[in-house]
Design a protein around this ligand. Structure first.
Ligand code: MTE
Length: 300
């Protein structure tokens, strides 16, 4: 598919790889701050010693490998990512199991620099390697009745120790409206910083939707289903008051427990000043049309 979007991010905006990989420790501190609400947050962060942050459980994670901050990095290596295949079914002309090798031989993998914004009010700029989800869906042939795309993560208790605990309803699931899924900004990522995706970041294939909060980016995807009804999503099932289906970055709609109006760039140093969060994470021009006429405080 032709590249129909121009990026305003520059190489110097990219969050250093080491910071990206070690951010669990940094985020732990930020998440603790958010519980106090945005006003108390700056104060709380200044009061925290960097080494004490290590004791705090992070929020964004890969819960199939545990909820502790170090768990994914410690345990995700047990996930067997080769061979890998993705079942594409539902309202498609060519349902079936697509091997990742086959998929990749037909896709153009390119680097995309995207803003990555988490509900805990931190943000990064991440260089993903991936291909457009639309191209993958076109391989399977989307039928005219399809309105939504449902995603499912691998559920392998032997390889995923976190799934032995009922912290979420396994398997992890996510969903997009078809027009969101077909948008050229929506990619399936296979790499990070020019290298294959580390297991803890969702190897070998994870979704990235840059105008939505990070938790929408489902990892280690094994199944994609085209449907005519809105699919369930893991965080919405776990806590519908806090996590809606859309999960668009929106500074005007607060999370029930904290403001979403500003964020802290993790690459900018630990005590970098907060900056205002941009509507749709800075991708307003490209995606605002998808939500025209919708009440975003209800469809959050
Ligand atoms: N996907 C699966 N299968 N399991 C998870 O627990 N966590 C989500 C999302 N995708 C999660 C998942 C959350 S809460 C976030 S913030 C992002 O992954 C974090 O992705 P990263 O670790 O690559 O930044």
């Amino acid at each position: 598919m032709a590249f129909r979007w121009t990026n305003d991010l520059r190489p110097e905006d990219v969050t250093p790889e080491a910071v990206f990989m070690n951010r669990r420790q940094l985020i732990g501190g930020l998440a603790a701050g958010t519980i106090l609400g945005s006003a108390g947050m700056a104060q709380a962060q200044e009061a925290l010693e960097p080494n004490s942050w290590e004791d705090i459980t992070t929020y964004c994670n890969f819960y199939e490998f545990g909820t502790g901050k170090d768990d994914p990095a410690k345990y995700a290596s047990s996930l067997v990512t080769d061979p890998w295949s993705v079942t594409i079914d539902g309202l498609v002309d060519r349902p079936g199991d697509y091997s990742l090798g086959d998929i990749l031989s037909q896709m153009t993998v390119e680097e995309r620099l995207y803003r990555f914004r988490c509900v805990e009010a931190w943000s990064m700029v991440v260089p993903w390697n991936g291909f457009e989800l639309a191209d993958l869906l076109e391989l399977a042939g989307v039928q005219s009745g399809a309105k939504y795309v449902a995603f499912e993560t691998a559920y392998r208790p032997k390889e995923m120790p976190g799934t032995l605990f009922p912290v979420l309803d396994w398997p992890y699931v996510e969903g997009l409206r078809l027009d969101e899924a077909m948008h050229p900004l929506t990619i399936m990522a296979t790499g990070l910083y020019g290298k294959p995706l580390p297991n803890q970041n969702g190897a070998p294939l994870r979704l990235v939707v840059p105008w939505k909060y990070g938790f929408k980016s489902i990892k280690s995807v094994v199944k994609i289903t085209l449907t005519d009804t809105q699919p369930p999503t893991s965080w919405n099932k776990a806590n519908p008051r806090e996590y809606g289906f859309y999960s668009n970055v929106n500074p005007n709609v607060d999370h029930p427990r904290w403001s979403q109006a500003s964020e802290r760039a993790i690459g900018g140093g630990l005590f970098a000043r907060r900056k205002p969060t941009l509507m749709y994470n800075g991708y307003e021009e490209e995606v605002a049309g998808l939500y025209e006429g919708m009440d975003l405080s209800k469809n959050f």
